[in-house]
Design a protein around this ligand. Structure first.
Ligand SMILES: [Zn+2]
Length: 198
């Protein structure tokens, strides 16, 4: 990549370049950590996400602070917390997808194509998932990912781990946790979900 002419990591445009924070800056309480991650983004993509970012930060902060029921209900991912029934999950997942697109660029130096699948999962969205798929997700994807050291931004604010397929183009698996409480799993690339169902 030519740093003097950065392509937007979301849409590929070279118009009106800015830097976008991944995760959104709104997630980090002040004083903000010095190692916030930024990626090249055009102004249109950067500013179109602002309202979602505020919503995302507020919802996750609330979920992390909510009292845990006793006894705690079983969770599809096996840990963390589930976002409540009133939460706009597609909106939250849209932000997580953008975070992964940004981090994908950071980890690989390549833009993740808009045409490739990118699937976001969380405790709330996985309720009702077939037990076999869930067992596979936990044993074959989440379990191995969680044994690796996490990359962290901010004190108990955000951490992530990623695995990149050596042979499947754009194939990767991600585990992200916000506020040391709310986990997400993201799978990317062609055949991701269907392959896991085998
Ligand atoms: Zn853009």
């Amino acid at each position: 990549m030519n740093p003097s002419e950065p392509d937007c990591v979301y849409c590929g445009s070279t118009d009106d370049p800015t830097r976008d924070h991944v995760p959104p800056r709104a997630v980090f309480p002040k004083p903000r950590p010095t190692n916030l991650v930024t990626v090249p983004a055009c102004r249109a993509c950067n500013s179109s996400a602002a309202a979602d970012d505020e919503y995302f930060a507020a919802v996750l902060r609330l979920a992390a602070r909510a009292p845990v029921p006793d006894p705690a209900p079983p969770l599809p991912l096996g840990f963390g917390r589930a976002l409540g029934p009133g939460v706009d999950l597609p909106r939250v997942h849209r932000v997580v997808a953008r975070v992964v697109r940004g981090l994908y660029f950071r980890e690989t130096g390549r833009r993740f194509p808009r045409t490739e699948p990118l699937d976001v999962h969380c405790n709330a969205s996985l309720v009702g998932c077939p037990p076999g798929l869930l067992a596979h997700l936990r044993a074959e994807i989440l379990g191995p990912l969680l044994t690796w050291p996490a990359k962290r931004v901010g004190d108990r604010v955000f951490e992530y781990r990623s695995w990149h397929s050596p042979d499947r183009p754009f194939g990767s698996a991600w585990q992200l946790t916000f506020f040391a409480a709310v986990p997400f799993v993201v799978l990317t690339g062609p055949g991701g979900d269907s392959q896991q169902a085998d």
